[in-house]
Ligand binder design. Structure first.
Ligand SMILES: O=P(O)(O)OC[C@H]1O[C@H](O[C@H]2O[C@H](CO)[C@@H](O)[C@H](O)[C@H]2O)[C@H](O)[C@@H](O)[C@@H]1O
Length: 250
């Protein structure tokens, strides 16, 4: 046992009556210094599709990335359900919810953020539909300037909020979260009537854990954090992949 394993047990083995919701960065995939640099382990997409068949389609990626970005990372999985941009957009059997169009002010802010980043090699801007993420994992010295930029940007973006990211900040419309996305998925086949299971790592995943706990489901924190309502834990993405049945060194 290590860290919070003392009070968060390992999750049970995959069962065919689950509705499985999986966060991506920091959960299925190890973090990298920028979003474009993540590595997708061989056979991961294929394994997710196999699980999809085992669960009669009741699996969804639930990510802060856009669905377009998820499909680029997991080309095998473009037939699976997904919630992108923290639930602002969804893909379900026979239905799709698109994210709202970006407000005009956002384009100018993206240009300004890119200019600012010239002073911070390694930092980057990720613009996805109406969302703007500023990343400083590759340039920790940029955190102050980018945090301040994000705060000032809010004045031009009514209805937006700042959300702390992992080594960054996300600027996105208020009123959507992963908990709401999971709730919506659970109201429809193939998820309806199943036991919800959600694995995720960061603060944005907490509302997903809360929804799953309220439905007597299984919440799985990836990594170690005291301030989590998750009831189970896996140490890192490699353990998640093994839990999902991939043959990989733990
Ligand atoms: O909900 P998730 O699937 O966990 O997505 C959350 C954000 O993940 C990505 O950013 C994070 O991962 C990057 C790659 O490891 C890392 O460089 C960055 O520091 C992390 O914040 C993604 O780029 C964002 O769009 C997601 O919102």
């Amino acid at each position: 046992m290590d860290g919070n394993d003392t009070f968060r047990s390992r999750p049970p083995r995959l069962r065919s009556d689950w509705a499985l919701f999986l966060d991506v960065d920091g959960c299925l995939l190890d973090h990298a210094s920028s979003p474009a640099q993540v590595e997708v382990p061989q056979r991961l997409g294929e394994r997710l599709c196999e699980i999809g068949s085992e669960l009669d389609g009741a699996i969804a990626l639930v990510s802060g990335r856009s669905i377009v970005a998820l499909d680029e990372l997991f080309p095998d999985c473009s037939g699976l359900c997904a919630a992108g941009l923290h639930g602002l957009e969804r893909r379900m059997p026979g239905a799709r919810v698109d994210a709202p169009a970006p407000p005009q002010a956002l384009n100018q802010l993206i240009d300004e953020a890119r200019k600012l980043l010239r002073d911070y090699p390694g930092a980057c801007v990720e613009a996805s539909g109406p969302c703007l993420n500023l990343h400083w994992r590759g340039a920790p010295g940029a955190s102050g300037a980018l945090g301040e930029f994000a705060l000032l940007a809010l004045a031009a973006l009514p209805g937006y909020r700042l959300h702390p990211g992992v080594h960054g900040v996300e600027i996105r419309p208020f009123g959507f979260d992963k908990g709401q996305a999971i709730t919506d998925f659970m109201a429809h086949p193939p998820f309806l009537g199943r036991k919800p299971v959600f694995a995720g790592d960061d603060l944005a995943d907490e509302c997903g854990f809360a929804v799953v706990n309220a439905r007597s489901g299984i919440s799985v924190l990836v990594g170690d954090r005291d301030d989590s309502v998750a009831r189970h834990r896996l140490a890192d993405p490699s353990r998640v992949r093994v839990w999902l049945g991939m043959r990989e060194a733990a």
